[in-house]
Structure formats: C-alpha cells, structure tokens
Ligand binder design. Structure first.
Ligand code: PNW
Length: 455
C-alpha cells in the first residue's frame, strides 16, 4: 500500500441509535427508529435499539477502548430526542451531560471529536407533525443544532449536519425499509430530500457564524451499466443521478440536475422548492463527508414495465424499473454488497470534479459473518483485506491530487445495523451480546492500530 500522508486523520465511526441503548432513560423520548423497530416485521428478528451496545452505561470503558486502539479521531452522532425530549425546545440537562462527558473524555485522551447532528433519529413527535416532508421541521432542526453548539461548541470543532440524507428520504419515505417506514405516497420522499437539504443549509450557516467547521455526509456510489446497451446507460445515468448528483449538485452548486427533474416528473413538479432555497442549500462548507461501501451495477432493460411501476415502494423513485445486478465472480460482504475498492477512487474523482473542498471518508467498512473462535478471538482477515484495499484507493486518490484529509472506519464496534438488527456485524471490535456486552477487538482492530502507528 502506498503510504498515507503524515497528517491524514485515521479514526472510526458510530451512531447514537446504533450503540447507545438507554432508550427511555434520563428523559430521552422515542425517535422514529424506536417506533419503527418496535413495530413487528420492520426489523429482522424484532431487534430494537433499546439496549444496543449499552454504550450509554459503558462510556468510560468505550472511551478507554478507543484510546487503546490508538484512534486519532472518533465520529459519533447525538440523539435529538435525548437532548430535546419530544422534539421540543427545552434542553434536557441529563442528555447534554452525557455528550459533555463523551466530548471531555475524548479530549482528555487526545482524540478529536467529529460530531454528527442527525443520524436518522427524528423525534417521533416531529414525524407525527408530518416528518421531513413537512417544511417546518427544518426550523426545528436548526434550533436543535444551536442547542448542541451552545453546549459543545467550545470543544468540538468539526460539525456534520446530516448523515446520508438519501437513506432518510428514500429508504424512509419511499422504500419504507427504514424509519418512518412510509410507502403510502412515495412522491413525499422528494420534498423530504429537499427539506433535509434545506435544514442542512440553514443550520450550516448558523453554525459557521458561530465559528464551527461544518460539513455534510453523503453516501455515494460508483455506478456502472451492466452492458453497453443504451438502456443500461440510461439506467446508470438515473441511478448516478439519484445516489450522487441529486445531492452533490444542490449542496455544492445550488441546483437540482435537470435530467433528474425529468425522471421524477411523473411523481412531482418540484413546486416545494421556494425562491432562495437553493442559495440556502449551497451554504459555504469546510469539508465534505463521503460514506462509501460499494458499486451499483445496473440494468435498464425492463423498460416495458416502466410506467406500471411508478409510485411503487422503491429507493429510486421515478426509476423503479431499474434492476441492480451482481457481476459474476465479484466477492460480496454479508450485506451482499459487492467489494469494489476502485469504486471509492472513482467516487472521490467525481466529487473532486465539483469542488476543491477537503474531503473525509466518514464511513467505509464491511459486514462479515464474524465468529468468536475457540481461543476467544475473531480472525476477520476478510475485513482487513477490505480496509487495506480501500485505504489503498484513498492513497491513490491523494496521489492524484484529491484533497482527502481523513478516513473513518465503519464501525468502531458491532452494533444495531438498522433493518438487519444485530444480525450484521460491521465492527472492528466484536460485541458479545450474549455475554454481558463484552468487547473483543477483532484482528482488524489490531491491524488498524498498526496502520495508525506506522502509516
Ligand atoms: C450506512 N443502502 O447506512 C450508515 O450511515 C450506517 O449507520 C450503517 O450502519 C452503515 O452504512 C452500514 O449499513 C446505509 O441500502 C444503509 O444502500 C443502507 C444503505 C446504505 C447505507
């Protein structure tokens, strides 16, 4: 592997609902993920985040673990309904106290905190008021952002507004496989997307005025057509549009791609976009976060079905007919996602075509079917290979001139993997949910510590 620059930041990431547990403690009220996971049939095996990794009660132990691994930075998210119960405007001192202890604990150990304000856990009351399709939520988000900055802004420098708004809008309001699980009107997912971006822009401006360094994290994909047919090229254009350009262009250039508006025309006329919105969305930023997991290989040959499928539950509204295929012989992870490190290089090049902003890989990693062996160890060579390949792609991008400044492995430890519950393990640290939540660093954790030490 080519060497990484000496000032390249190496860390790991988690998210509040996936690790904290303590769902009903110290004043926290339900978010849409509590409601969703408690609804039978939504999450595999009926798993919920009620206990998760019990991180809320094991904060000191987990901070020591982060330190022992040698991580330079730690990316976490804060739970809106822990800090502002009921999505209201009165801060909960016990909720803020938890994040104060987390931030102080990181700083005492010499680890830089990277805070994400929204990793999918909208307070349930705000969903009941219409959720992200309702424009009013944008103001509430802004208020929440400022409460957090008032509490932690003297110690946290790096602020991320949203994690993967594609998941919040399209998996949540169109495919229905993420909270709030709505499929009743898939057209709602498009204003949901717009309001997520608007909330980002409003909060980013306010946070920057207060001196924060601000970014947003997008989940981007390499996209390729299955064959060189025209239909497959059109499918690739559409999916690249919905995964990548429909986020990058408003955030960085202040516009929605025209071809995407055409694709979505059967569902929406974009009349929810008001004058000035796109200027707000194009707020000046300090960095861009990219989450990269895989490549999408797509086919558009089922054109005959096109019309009849519009409005179906789908993560790709307007392009419901597109098929996602696996290339024979390409290895996949336990999520069935193709392993494609070169795709990360391509995504970084695509982003760099839009902006010269510093970039962080805010998530990259893989689920494998990890097992504790007889010696109580986890030998996850497959995960080491995954990280090595993708860090290699980072080094290659840096060499090619991409201003990539850091990398966060997903994830620090095994956790609640959303619709998959605890059945999918992404951690560098194994969590033994059967044996009092014991943390066991996997081989990949030791490998990563070495990389951080030796570059
Ligand atoms: C990301 N998809 O989620 C999230 O930011 C993490 O919280 C999550 O644990 C991680 O990736 C692994 O899944 C995604 O369906 C979930 O394409 C689903 C998709 C993409 C990203």
């Amino acid at each position: 592997m080519t060497a990484l620059p000496a000032d390249f930041v190496l860390g790991a990431a988690t998210a509040a609902y996936q690790i904290e547990g303590a769902a009903a403690e110290d004043g926290r009220t339900p978010s849409i993920w509590d409601t969703f996971s408690r609804t039978p049939g939504k999450v595999l095996e009926g798993h919920t985040g009620d206990v998760a990794c019990d991180h809320y009660h094991r904060l000191d132990e987990d901070l020591d673990m982060i330190k022992d691994l040698g991580l330079q930075a730690y990316r976490f998210s804060t739970s809106w309904s822990r800090v502002l119960p009921g999505g209201g405007s009165r801060p909960n001192p016990k909720g803020l106290d938890f994040y104060n202890r987390l931030v102080d604990g990181l700083l005492e150990r010499g680890i830089e905190p990277y805070l994400t304000l929204y990793h999918w856990d909208l307070p349930q009351e705000l969903e009941d008021a219409g959720g992200w399709p309702n424009r009013d939520v944008t103001q509430r988000f802004c208020e929440y952002a400022l409460v957090m900055h008032d509490a932690l802004g003297d110690r946290v420098r790096k602020w991320t507004t949203f994690n993967e708004p594609w998941c919040s809008s399209y998996l949540g309001y169109a495919a229905g496989v993420h909270a709030p699980g709505r499929t009743d009107n898939t057209a709602d997912s498009v204003p949901a997307q717009h309001h997520l971006l608007l909330a980002h822009g409003l909060a980013a401006r306010e946070l920057k005025t207060r001196g924060a360094e601000v970014g947003i994290t997008l989940n981007l994909y390499a996209v390729s057509p299955e064959t060189d047919s025209e239909a497959d090229a059109d499918a690739a254009r559409r999916i690249d549009g919905l995964c990548n350009r429909i986020w990058l262009e408003p955030v960085l250039l202040g516009r929605y791609p025209e071809d995407l508006k055409q694709d979505l025309a059967p569902l929406t006329d974009f009349s929810f976009v008001r004058d000035g919105d796109l200027d707000v969305i194009k707020a000046p930023l300090d960095f861009l976060g990219v989450n990269y997991y895989s490549r999408h290989v797509v086919s558009g040959t089922q054109v005959a079905e096109r019309e009849s499928r519009i409005g179906e539950a789908s993560a790709y509204p307007g392009s419901e007919f597109v098929q996602f295929v696996h290339r024979p012989g390409v290895p996949v992870t336990h999520m069935d996602w193709e392993i494609d490190a070169q795709g990360l290089y391509e995504v970084l090049q695509q982003v760099n075509g839009y902006t010269s902003l510093p970039i962080y890989i805010t998530e990259n990693g893989a689920a494998f079917d990890d097992k504790l062996d007889a010696d109580g160890k986890v030998n996850d060579q497959d995960r080491i290979d995954y990280f090595e390949g993708h860090l290699g792609a980072c080094a290659q991008a840096i060499e090619a001139g991409v201003p990539l400044r850091g990398y966060f492995a997903w994830s620090l430890m095994d956790n609640f993997e959303w619709a998959w519950g605890y059945t999918r393990r992404f951690g560098m640290v194994y969590v033994d949910y059967e044996d009092s939540q014991r943390r066991v660093p996997k081989a990949s954790a030791h490998w990563y510590s070495d990389v951080i030490r030796n570059r």
